[in-house]
Write a protein that binds this ligand. Structure first.
Ligand code: SF4
Ligand code: SF4
Length: 379
């Protein structure tokens, strides 16, 4: 920090510097601010202590549904760390340039071993900015060698930083599917959530991906965009929003993409802080609980996913990972020693945050879960 102050005595100079290197915003993460909500236990307490909304399992039972159970592992979602070149306001990971958590080579090797032994068809790599992990390319190459489908959850701007200028070609060469965040096709809305300059760099990245064949009708390189609301509201219907994105991105920027996922913001970490500090927490939770849709429950992603953190610990999903709710297994195994047969039909750990996956049309890493019309929709 001292060095930063000497080199950049003015905040504006610092921001100018950041805009031209790999880091895009100056905000500190909750952890570096020593914020109460940087602690998962505090988040869990806030979510679970209130009697205003029924516990999630009660909502299931009220609709005649049993507790959530896993039905096998089709996707291994690996969160390789919390280091990121951005500090988006809604981030459920509390990721940013000031985080240091990053998966080791030894754990990355255990991930590849698990993919092979359990014959898991899909490796879904997330972060932070997963590409900033030094073993990202190892994971991709090894998973592709054993025939896995590989997904990179990419923030787009990382592709435009000089240090990663060959990354897009690497992803194309290895036929990696890209799922990329772009919360709006309007610059101001996008930058409000993700930081100054993010939208412009994202458009540059999308053009670069299109040139490599990503998102083009004739190529088999899928480029999925991810929308999440900028304010405390539920997403608009996925299908109509996809049509809006396609028209606006094509007309304004000549950008193509394969499909759009809408994802509901989860009341976790920085988004939880944003809700609390803006006085919208109660209203948002009430929206999620009121819009509970039993038709979404069979499709929630935790039923077919296993989530791995940067140290190899196991969770039912990335949200439970951030809340430090480990999988319900007698010896809480890690990716190094997991017995897949023993966790195949485990009971999923749920909490009130799960209303975020089951509200209205539902939400998952594969977008909405039904075509039911969402309540209180908005852009
Ligand atoms: S939302 Fe994604 S890009 Fe933004 S800070 Fe979090 S991990 Fe990084
Ligand atoms: S947050 Fe969603 S994916 Fe995670 S356990 Fe709850 S319902 Fe499942």
């Amino acid at each position: 920090m001292l060095l930063t102050l000497i080199a950049f005595p003015l905040v504006s100079e610092y921001r100018h510097f950041l805009l031209h290197c790999e880091y895009l915003v100056t905000e500190l993460t909750l952890l570096r601010r020593n914020h109460t909500l940087s602690r998962p236990s505090e988040q869990r307490q806030l979510l679970e202590q209130s009697g205003k909304w029924p516990p999630f399992h009660e909502a299931l039972h009220d609709h005649g549904l049993p507790d959530l159970k896993s039905c096998g592992v089709e996707v291994l979602q690996v969160n390789v760390g919390k280091v990121c070149n951005q500090t988006c306001s809604h981030c459920h990971v509390d990721a940013g340039p000031d985080r240091r958590e990053s998966m080791s080579r030894e754990t990355a090797e255990a991930v590849v071993r698990a993919l092979r032994i359990a014959n898991i068809p899909t490796l879904d790599i997330t972060g932070g900015a997963p590409e900033m992990n030094p073993h990202f390319r190892f994971l991709v190459e090894e998973a592709r060698k054993i025939g896995c489908r590989v997904i990179d959850r990419c923030n787009l701007t990382i592709l435009m930083t000089p240090r990663y200028d060959e990354l897009a070609s690497f992803l194309a060469t290895h036929r990696v599917e890209i799922v990329a965040s772009l919360p709006c096709y309007l610059e101001d809305n996008c930058d409000r959530q993700r930081g100054d300059g993010v939208f412009r760099r994202s458009i540059d990245a999308l053009r670069c991906l299109n040139q490599l064949g990503y998102g083009m009708p004739t190529a088999e390189l899928p480029l999925t965009l991810v929308y999440n609301p900028v304010g405390p509201v539920l997403p608009s219907p996925q299908e109509s929003l996809e049509a809006d994105y396609r028209r606006e991105l094509r007309d304004r920027y000549g950008v193509e993409f394969s499909q759009l996922y809408t994802i509901t913001n989860m009341p976790i970490s920085r988004y939880l802080d944003e809700l609390v500090s803006s006085g919208s927490y109660d209203e948002y939770m009430t929206q999620l609980v009121t819009a509970f849709n039993p038709l979404t429950v069979s499709g929630v992603m935790c039923r077919t996913m296993l989530s791995v953190d940067w140290q190899g610990r196991l969770y039912d999903c990335d949200f439970n990972q951030m809340l430090e709710l480990p999988i319900d297994a007698p010896s809480t195994p890690t990716i190094h020693d997991v017995d897949f047969a023993k966790i195949a039909t485990r009971t999923i750990q749920t909490g009130r945050h799960c209303y975020g996956c089951t509200a209205a049309a539902g939400s998952s890493c594969q977008g909405s879960l039904t075509t039911a019309p969402p309540a209180n929709r908005s852009r």
